[in-house]
Design a protein around this ligand. Sequence first.
Ligand code: BGP
Length: 482
Amino acid sequence: MQHQSPRPFPPGFLWGASTSAYQVEGAWNTDGKGPSVIDARTELPPGTADFTVASDHYHRFAEDIALFAELGLRAYRFSVAWSRVIPDGDGAVNPAGLAFYHRLIDALLAAGIEPIVTMYHFDLPQALQERGGWSRRATVDAFERYARVLVSEFGDKVRHWLTINEQNVMILFASALGLEPPRSSDPQRELYQQNHHMLVAQARAMRAVHEISPRGKVGPAPNIACVYPASSDPLDVVAAEDFSAIRNWLYLDAAVHGRYNTTAWAYLGERGWRPRIEPGDMEDLAAGRPDLVAFNYYTSHTVGAPRDDEPELGGSADQHLLVGEAGTYRGVSNPHLATNEFGWETDPVGFRTTFRQLYDRYRLPLLVTENGLGGRDVLEADGAVHDSYRIEYLGEHIAQMREALADGVDVLGYCPWSAIDLVSTHQGVAKRYGFIYVDRGEDDLRTLGRHRKDSFAWYQRVIAANGLSHSRDTALVPPHQG
Ligand code: BGP
């Protein structure tokens, strides 16, 4: 359906941007911070930046927030490093860790920027991991306690809370994140046990927000993407629905409705991967009750029914993101979509479809917590960075988000990835996403100076115009076309 008159973004729409603690902060062992599983990663290829200094945001946050204010951000979505606040995950609270986040949040509020806080973004405290990580029930209690510490401490300053970033990616692509469960005879079964523990932990954290902070709003933040069938063959359609259930709805049905998705549950049973459910778990899930659904979207997926003559893994030129599973679904590339230089397909219309699917299923306000384009940006001698490809990507996605608004979807805000350059999850600093360039190489920290990219001035205009001018998208076209 094509809308003749685009809907304006609502007043108060949260134009924002995102980061995560381990990718931006650095200061990995400063002021009492304990190590996280990220600090213990060993699978990064040699010559790829580690996370010890990252963008040094820990020491430069005041300068960064001044730039965010100049950009016009109304919201900043960042994560708290669990092991900065509770160094061993479930023991003593580190006052210096809390003090850092107070300084950060106070500086944001003083600049008129609303803090949106993710409690846990991939960086489980290493001490918990060594005791079994998410395989262990006690980690559920540790997370609930950590959530209660955060909300008690910051609840009068923070309105929007997100529980767990991309739980589905942690389960589906555990090896790409260095998060595979240690020493298990059946790693997949173990991962789904971990998944169940995270779902219970998340539900208890959501309940904690409501108990402690009456003004607090909370929700999950998975990576959600629409899944297309490879063709109109009914078997391809079933495969696409299966993958969507396994990838998307398993996580959100549990978070929103407090129950396992039927198709995903059948899949887990078929594979022998169903988790053990302890007494009280389903009651905990049912009591979770999110106020919003946050989601990260970069690209869609296309899958077909498995076939003997074709490999099941496919669908992306980035080998870390290949999808497919013998007997269930086969990943394929989508001939209608272009691929970026890191092998990710670009699908702005799929963004609209994803909004519609989410809103139809859950009827909760939606918050985009990640969307963006990784690129090999070049810092010119005059300090400029010409990233018209990023402007194009973001502009096309914002235009589709506006179509989703006209479709009737309730969208709270848009926080693209990333506010500032940071270290990519598995591809170092060569793959940049920010509006602000950080002058560092993989090993060479150079000046760590900050430079505004072309996308900075562009996003500034988008925000100032509340996402549009009245004609279609004049605020959204890249400067070289405008
Ligand atoms: C999401 C993560 C982010 C970020 C982003 C880009 O999965 O939540 O932490 O890393 O993807 O991915 P990458 O850094 O692999 O390009």
